[in-house]
Design a protein around this ligand. Structure first.
Ligand SMILES: O=C(O)C/C(=C\C=C(/O)C(=O)O)C(=O)O
Length: 128
C-alpha cells in the first residue's frame, strides 16, 4: 500500500468526477517520486449518511486518508501531503466557489509489524 482513500458526501455525485479525481491524485502521488508505481492505490467511497456543519443540504465534504509505510522523514511526508492536497484543491476548486464544501487530508503510517502484503503487480512493473 500507499493507500489513498477518499470518503465523500453523496451529494457530490454528479458534481465531481470521482474516477478522474482518483487518477489525478494517483499521478500526484507518483510525481512525488516517493512511492513505487505498483504500490499506489487510490479509491473514493461514498458516504450516504452524513451531517456536515450546520447541516444545510448543500454542505459537502471530501476527507482523504493517506496510509503509507513507516520510515520516511517528516519533511518527505509533509512534501507528499502538500502535493496531494494541492492537486485535490486544484481539481475541486469549483466547489470552493460557495461556502458549503470542506476538504481534508491526513497521513498515517502503517506499522510494519502489524501489516501483511502480497503484491503481484510489483514484478510486472519493476521489470518494465
Ligand atoms: O509499506 C507499506 O505497507 C506501504 C508502502 C508500500 C507498499 C507496497 O509496496 C505494497 O503493498 O506492495 C509504501 O511505500 O508506503
Amino acid at each position: 500500500m500507499p493507500h489513498l482513500t477518499l470518503e465523500y458526501s453523496a451529494n457530490l455525485d454528479g458534481r465531481v468526477d470521482m474516477p478522474l479525481l482518483c487518477e489525478e491524485l494517483s499521478q500526484a502521488i507518483l510525481d512525488t517520486g516517493m512511492f513505487e508505481h505498483g504500490a499506489v492505490r487510490v479509491r473514493a467511497l461514498r458516504a450516504d449518511a452524513y451531517a456536515v456543519a450546520d447541516r444545510l443540504p448543500e454542505n459537502a465534504f471530501i476527507d482523504m486518508s493517506f496510509r503509507i509505510g513507516a520510515g520516511r522523514t517528516a519533511a518527505d511526508k509533509k512534501r507528499a501531503g502538500t502535493a496531494i492536497f494541492a492537486a485535490a484543491n486544484a481539481f475541486l476548486a469549483p466547489l470552493f466557489a460557495t461556502p458549503h464544501f470542506a476538504l481534508s487530508l491526513e497521513i498515517r503510517e502503517i506499522d510494519a509489524e502489524l501489516s501483511w502484503k502480497n503484491n503481484a503487480i510489483h514484478p510486472r512493473l519493476r521489470n518494465k
